[in-house]
Ligand binder design. Structure first.
Ligand SMILES: [Zn+2]
Length: 466
């Protein structure tokens, strides 16, 4: 998961300070120790794309479940390749409702010892932080879901639905994505009414939490190619028709074009709440987004902020360029890739028609090259949003729950595409000025790990026992 932290940090660029502060921890020491041991073990498995030990890691995780008395038939390990194992574990409920899926990926992006100030595959710590590749993305949630499953069983929680933990491989790339594999090969195992996933981190400013974000939608990646062709000729005899100029003109038209603003239900709630945690003109403008029609001035100001603009509309931008074949020849062809991030529910064929109109030159060819899986936003149901709000309020009184739409991709899109509403929420908080996901010395606040442990425990109970 890559882009959404950046986005959320811009959402709250000028906020009114939140009065909430971290509540006292109420987790027994022994349970903290349980989580710590699982987390440390998981961080120390080198589950990068270049290593072969994802299966070793999920087998290690399964051993914790076996020791806690989970029967063999409720623990599944399998995957696309022998070393790309995924673990699916089940705590049986009454079956009154469809299962809830708690999903996290155990693979991590590469990390080189020489790039870090420590060994990235040893769980290091100082007074405040745990350090290591995956400490945040996504081994914290992986370890928490597993430890909480063990606690639910031990505590005699009686869920009205199965609670399923899915720890998967290759979310970060690598070609054997565990969620794809499970949906295609073991759909019964991860069938559920809803799923909780990564993608919703809270942000801290000066140690204070600003909002608990819930990722409920993702924009969809799509690539298009614009090609200009021309018979060409000798560069000493230039003519007005020219593949490079034709393409350049088309790209400038795309630059100047703005897709229409569409505010879906998710973003309506999100903008309303962003307005609440912002102040001044920005708060007024954000509130104006809920009016119909939206006042143009507010729209113009907000559209200048890349992060807000990307929430308002589908965007298109030229990202690659190629053209000509010799410095002394008129170009016979020129082409550009235009990368589009579509709002949920969009159809790439509609975007293709729009781009063709915008280019406004029948001599140019515009093609759809492909893109991410289409997915709609997960519905903001009272069942889910209400549960997240009540757990948030119990833990951090007064803190805003902020639905978000991310511009990057997680496995959530695959689940939504398969008809399983998926919500990115973790209760993990990161410093908005110091985010290290995929970077050097990745780390997580110790207090946040244990707070999230408690938050997700309560959320699981809330969602599986009403
Ligand atoms: Zn991730």
């Amino acid at each position: 998961m890559i882009f959404r932290l950046f986005l959320l940090s811009l959402f709250v660029a000028q906020l009114a300070l939140s009065p909430a502060s971290f509540a006292q921890r109420i987790i027994p020491d022994d349970d903290q120790q349980l989580l710590y041991e699982i987390y440390k073990e998981l961080v120390e498995y080198k589950t990068t794309g270049s290593e072969q030990n994802n299966t070793i890691a999920v087998e290690g995780m399964a051993a914790w479940l076996q020791a806690a008395g989970f029967p063999a038939q409720d623990i599944f390990i399998g995957g696309a390749l022998p070393h790309k194992g995924n673990l699916v574990a089940r705590l049986r409920g009454t079956g009154e409702k469809e299962p809830i899926i708690l999903m996290a990926h155990i693979d991590v992006v590469e990390a080189e010892r020489e790039d870090w100030n420590m060994d990235p595959f040893i769980l290091n710590e100082d007074e405040d932080y745990y350090y290591g590749r995956g400490t945040l993305d996504d081994k914290a949630m992986s370890a928490i879901f597993l430890a909480n499953l063990i606690r639910y069983k031990r505590d005699g929680v009686q869920p009205n639905r199965d609670v399923v933990v899915a720890l998967t491989s290759d979310e970060e790339g690598g070609g054997s994505n565990g969620i794809y594999w499970l949906l295609d090969n073991q759909p019964g195992l991860i069938r559920g009414a809803l799923a909780i996933n990564e993608g919703g981190y809270g942000l801290l400013q000066d140690g204070e939490p600003l909002a608990v974000s819930v990722q409920v939608a993702e924009k969809i990646f799509a690539s298009f190619r614009v090609t200009a062709r021309n018979p060409g000729g000798h560069s000493s005899l230039p003519r007005e028709d020219n593949a490079i100029y034709d393409l350049a003109e088309a790209l400038l038209r795309i630059r100047d074009f703005k897709f229409p603003v569409q505010i879906n239900d998710v973003m309506r709630v999100s903008f309303q709440r962003q307005a609440e945690i912002n102040s001044g003109q920005r708060a007024i403008d954000l509130r104006a987004l809920l009016e119909s029609p939206i006042p143009q001035e507010a729209l113009d100001r907000l559209s200048q902020e890349a992060a807000i603009n990307a929430q308002l509309r589908t965007t298109a931008v030229a990202t690659l360029l190629e053209g000509g074949h010799a410095s002394n020849a008129l170009p016979q062809s020129a082409q550009a890739i235009v990368n589009v991030r579509m709002l949920p529910g969009s159809d790439p064929q509609d975007v293709l028609r729009t781009l063709t109109e915008v280019v406004a030159n029948p001599e140019l060819e515009v093609e759809y090259l492909g893109g991410g899986r289409l997915s709609d936003a997960s519905p903001l149901t009272e069942e889910v949003l209400g549960a997240i709000e009540s757990v948030t309020n119990a833990k951090w009184p007064g803190l805003t729950v902020l639905p978000t739409m991310s511009t990057g991709a997680t496995d959530g899109a695959k689940m939504r595409n398969a008809g399983i509403p998926t919500y990115g929420v973790s209760g993990l908080f990161v410093d908005r000025n110091d985010m290290r996901i995929h970077g050097q010395d990745e780390r997580l606040l110790k207090t946040s790990l244990y707070d999230s442990f408690d938050f997700l425990y309560r959320l699981g109970v809330e969602l599986a026992s009403d």
